[in-house]
Write a protein that binds this ligand. Structure first.
Ligand code: ARG
Length: 459
């Protein structure tokens, strides 16, 4: 069959060219956006008296019918069509005759596809944000339950200072809150309508782009028609926000993997989110966390692929841009899957406080507090730091720990040491004293929890 665009050529392409050129097997997922956009277009054409009200009604009924039939399965999508836009128009014309052929007045597939992607991403961003919120809630609930659970805080993966597990988890809640913000920000710039830009130059018809934009829930219109059809910044921004969020999920996954190991055993994942080995009976593997970490690379790949596709193409539309969709869809699917599995995995994981506190003890994690003790007794910090370092070195040599080193030994390093030092360097005190805003004290962590919950409520 000759193509709908037959005219300049006879419209007959080689099978291999058709297969190579067509996008319907992936862009059919935007059928709802495509049909909704067409409905608004028909309404605009009538409002501007480019077609009659009666014709618009016929088109509207026809489009509604197509939507209902695709949704019920009565109308299978014809994969021999070039793309979803052609498919809808073809069915419409089959069903309505000549009126169907009027729908494409004053538009092009170039502005149509740009419109569809924006509408598709707008919906997906809402869903992704709701999944991120579920994960933040799971993190916050765990943080609340573990607001006083002491664990070692690390720098360079070396024990650094005692913190609480709740504090650690809330760090991720904060990152994810920023991720939501970035997605919303991207949505704000994206929510402008490109429809009416037509092929590239606008149109000679007396159209009303703002009418159509408003009907479709956009905040305004793209102001340059060349930009409207060739811009995919919104997709790049969306994928950048996703890549960043995946980086957060990946870091968290890495920690979950470490914490689940026998070497750490800070926590145990629920059986429902782990797998076994086909050969080693003792294994309980954190596959979900590993897959999230692994799929992060895939989302980075989606972003880089799109950036690379866009970098060399002149204005305005070029077929290269059809490559945007598979990357966008893959990114959406991957991020949604990762979030959907992360939230219940976090909600059901169990902290093992005794192992955390054991790891926090005896590793000189309170050496900073020892130095601070001397500062409070009047020494300058650098001098106090040096003395504390010497005491740590002594403990390592003599296989002792700060908590139980006798007072007389302490006093050989400085006569400022007194009995009250033991309380000052106890892990509970070390955590409790860190009352600075954002710090690890129980009160401060609860404050962070309140902040995050309020931010979620405010949405
Ligand atoms: N399938 C095309 C895409 O996804 C739609 C736009 C085609 N426009 C054109 N002039 N060939 O990019």
């Amino acid at each position: 069959m000759a193509k709908m665009w037959a005219g300049r050529t006879d419209g007959h392409t080689d099978q291999i060219a058709d297969d190579f050129n067509s996008s319907i097997h992936f862009d059919s997922r935007m059928y709802r956006q495509d049909i909704t956009g067409s409905m608004a277009h028909a309404a605009m054409l009538a409002a501007c008296q480019i077609i009659t009200e009666a014709e618009a009604d016929t088109l509207m009924t026809g489009l509604e019918g197509i939507l209902a039939d695709i949704e019920s399965g009565a109308l299978p999508i014809d994969m021999t069509c070039e793309d979803i836009h052609m498919f809808v128009e073809q069915i419409l014309t089959e069903r309505l005759g000549d009126v169907g052929k009027k729908l494409h007045t004053a538009r092009s597939r170039n502005d149509q596809v740009a419109l569809d992607i924006r509408m598709y991403l707008r919906d997906e961003i809402d869903e992704i944000i709701s999944l991120v919120r579920d994960l933040i809630e799971a993190l916050t609930d765990q943080a609340e339950a573990n607001a006083a659970t002491i664990m070692p805080g690390y720098t360079h993966l070396q024990r650094a200072q005692p913190i609480t597990f709740g504090h650690h988890l809330m760090a991720y809640a904060m990152m994810l809150l920023r991720d939501i913000d970035r997605l919303k920000d991207c949505n704000r710039r994206m929510n402008l309508s490109p429809i009416g830009c037509c092929a590239l130059a606008g149109t000679t018809y007396n159209t009303d782009r703002r009418f159509e934009a408003q009907k479709l829930g956009f905040d305004g219109i793209v102001l340059n028609s060349l930009d409207g059809v060739s811009d995919r910044d919104f997709a790049v921004e969306f994928m950048s926000a996703c890549a960043l969020m995946m980086m957060h999920l990946s870091r968290f996954s890495e920690e979950i993997i470490l914490w689940s190991s026998w070497e750490f055993k800070f926590m145990e994942l629920s059986d429902a989110y782990t797998t076994g080995s086909s050969i080693m009976p003792q294994k309980k593997n954190p596959d979900m966390a590993e897959l999230i970490r692994g799929k992060t690379g895939r989302v980075y790949g989606d972003l880089i692929a799109l950036l690379t596709t866009l970098k060399g193409i002149p204005l305005a539309y070029n077929k290269d841009m059809q490559e945007d969709k598979e990357r966008i869809f893959d990114c959406v699917d991957t991020v949604k899957m990762c979030l959907a599995v992360a939230a219940p995995m976090v909600a059901t994981m169990k902290a093992i406080p005794e192992n955390m506190v054991k790891a926090a003890r005896g590793g000189f994690i309170n050496a900073t507090d020892l130095a601070d003790y001397l500062v409070k007794k009047g020494l300058p910090f650098r001098t106090a730091y040096k003395i504390s370092g010497q005491i740590v070195a002594h403990c390592i040599r003599s296989r002792e720990v700060l908590e139980t080193l006798p007072l007389e030994t302490y006093r050989t390093f400085s006569d400022l040491f007194e009995e009250d030092l033991y309380d000052e360097i106890s892990l509970t005190t070390c955590v409790e004293k860190r009352i600075s805003e954002g710090g690890t004290s129980v009160g401060s962590v609860r404050e962070q929890i309140r902040f995050v919950r309020k931010a979620l409520e405010g949405d």
